[in-house]
Design a protein around this ligand. Structure first.
Ligand code: NAD
Length: 501
């Protein structure tokens, strides 16, 4: 019997009464390693009610004390970095280095949560009118919810609940049903950090459980990270139910290569940014846009470099990346690769049917390079989410900008060039939310916000940075007037209001 993943409700790890269980597999072997419950309606209600109750007293805890809990949590996450990464690697198939990176980027967000007292300062102004002062106070919202994807099972939950909770809220997390074990380990350490019961609840399941959160009166804000179609449903449903929502969704990220760029850097960065983490990153570079005729011959070197890497299991230190998350994800990526040649592209490296010794059943996809791609081709219009790089050629930087801006997504992009003027022109004119100059994956550190844009984001306030503190709070403004003439005789001193006339 595979182990059954518990729910985390009201501070307790409890076995679900669910009748429906989802199998969690190791992507390198497709062996079932655990089962995840489809949370019952009664359990969903208990989680939300417990979160609501816990928030009432938590909001009264001084903000510096709330931040101190985050210090303890940060220390525990660091202490257990390797053991979290081990669990994460088993259920995602990531290389150990990637798994550790996933956890580390989450730890950095917890460090950002420790700065809450500064970020939660309100604003005030004295004497906005005679004897009138105005102060705006920052208040928590109540119960917030988060729905997270499979590809960063530590980092993305940690984008959400530490910041929501340090702001004085409680939080219900619904991690991906494909890899929920990491979230449970994060919850165990949360308990160890001594956080009061009920502030974090973890429920599992699919659409029905998510919809329960989206439509529940006691959920005040929803954070979602995942695919575009699901994100649209989440944003529409949550806002229809008058909730605040932020949805970070799919992507197709272009790297523009100018002829004056450092060729070796271009090749190395393209390989890592397209195939790293098996291409299962919302900020992966999936499109290389070569500008000018002279860059055409670089594709040969790119092909050689990509052919020199290979996927492998977590314990293989020489593997560049791991398997895809599921057999279904592999089947989908292979199907899209299969459309390339019939639609007129050149399949320079075909990763389909890749085999890894000792792991005959893993979801392996070798590095795949598709050249001469045009915008209407399926391999360009679809987010493949695999170690697949499509190559396009344009004559000028203006054409590259036009191409990137015509794409519906806008999560990240980059330009490699030796020209400050070209870099500035690209940065200024591209409509993408995060731009890298001579670095391929422009993910900001947590004191900035993660500002994916256009069709990669629905909402207005982004994850982490200052914006997260705004997302998880509301501002209340107090305008007060005190009449000096009301100070009892003999106690008030000279009446300044009258003296100043
Ligand atoms: P997904 O949309 O399939 O699942 C995400 C979450 O939504 C899961 O918890 C899942 O249970 C839930 N869900 C699935 N179908 C649902 C439905 N019909 N109704 C309600 N909830 C539903 O995404 P995924 O495959 O786990 O993750 C990969 C996607 O996430 C990619 O598109 C990637 O680009 C995107 N992503 C975006 C960012 C970003 O910051 N923009 C970051 C990471 C991943």
């Amino acid at each position: 019997m595979p182990k059954r993943v518990p729910l985390f409700i009201d501070g307790e790890f409890v076995q679900s009464e669910a009748s429906d269980w989802i199998e969690i597999t190791n992507p390198a072997t497709n062996e079932v390693i655990a089962e995840c419950p489809v949370t019952t309606t009664d359990e969903m209600e208990r989680a939300i009610a417990s979160a609501k109750e816990a928030q009432k007293s938590w909001r009264e805890v001084p903000v510096a004390d709330r931040a101190r809990y985050m210090m303890r949590y940060q220390a525990l996450l660091k202490e257990h970095h390797d053991d979290i990464a081990t669990i994460l690697a088993e259920e995602t198939g990531k290389t150990f280095a990637d798994a550790k990176g996933d956890v580390w980027r989450g730890i950095e967000v917890v460090e950002h949560a420790i700065s809450a007292p500064t970020y939660l300062l309100g604003e005030s102004m004295e004497h906005v009118a005679r004897s009138v002062d105005t102060t705006s106070w920052v208040h928590p919202l109540g119960v917030c919810a988060g729905i997270t994807p499979f590809n960063f099972p530590a980092m993305i939950p940690l984008w959400m609940y530490p910041l929501a909770v340090v702001c004085g809220n409680s939080f219900v997390l619904k991690p991906s049903e494909q890899d929920p074990l990491t979230a449970m380990r994060l919850a165990e350490l949360w308990v160890e950090a001594g956080l009061p019961s009920g502030l974090l609840q973890v429920v599992h399941g699919r659409k029905e459980q998510v919809d329960h959160l989206l439509t529940h009166d006691d959920i005040k804000a929803v954070s979602f990270v995942g695919s575009a179609t699901v994100g649209q449903h989440i944003y529409r449903t949550a806002t229809h139910h008058l909730k605040r929502a932020q949805c970070m969704v799919g992507a197709k990220n272009h790297m523009v290569v100018m002829p004056d760029a450092n060729k070796e850097q271009v090749i190395n960065n393209l390989v890592g940014a397209s195939c790293g983490a098996a291409g299962q990153r919302c900020m992966a570079i999936s499109v290389a846009v070569f500008v000018g005729e002279e860059t055409r011959e670089w594709v040969d070197d790119l092909k050689k470099a990509m052919a020199g890497i290979r996927p492998g299991p977590t314990e293989d230190d020489n593997a560049a990346y791991g398997p895809l998350i599921s057999a279904a994800a592999l089947e989908r990526a292979e199907r899209i690769i299969g459309t390339a040649e019939s639609e007129g592209a050149s399949l320079l490296l075909d990763g389909r049917g890749h085999e890894v010794d000792g792991y005959p059943n893993g979801n392996w996809l070798g590095p795949t390079l598709i050249d001469n791609v045009t915008p209407e081709m399926t391999c360009y219009t679809e987010e493949i989410f695999g170690p697949v790089l499509v190559v396009m050629h344009v004559p000028t930087l203006d054409d590259a900008i036009k191409l990137v801006n015509a794409n519906p997504f806008g999560n990240g992009t980059s330009i490699f060039t030796d020209s400050g003027a070209a870099a500035r022109k690209y940065r200024h004119n591209t409509e993408v939310g995060q731009v890298g100059i001579n670095l391929p994956i422009p993910v900001p550190v947590p004191f900035f916000s993660f500002t994916g844009g256009k069709g990669s984001f629905y909402g207005d306030l982004h994850p982490y940075g200052k914006q997260a503190y705004r997302f998880y709070t509301e501002t209340r403004t107090v305008i007060e007037r005190w009449f000096e003439t009301d100070i009892p005789d003999g106690h008030g001193g000279p009446n300044m209001t009258i003296n100043l006339g």
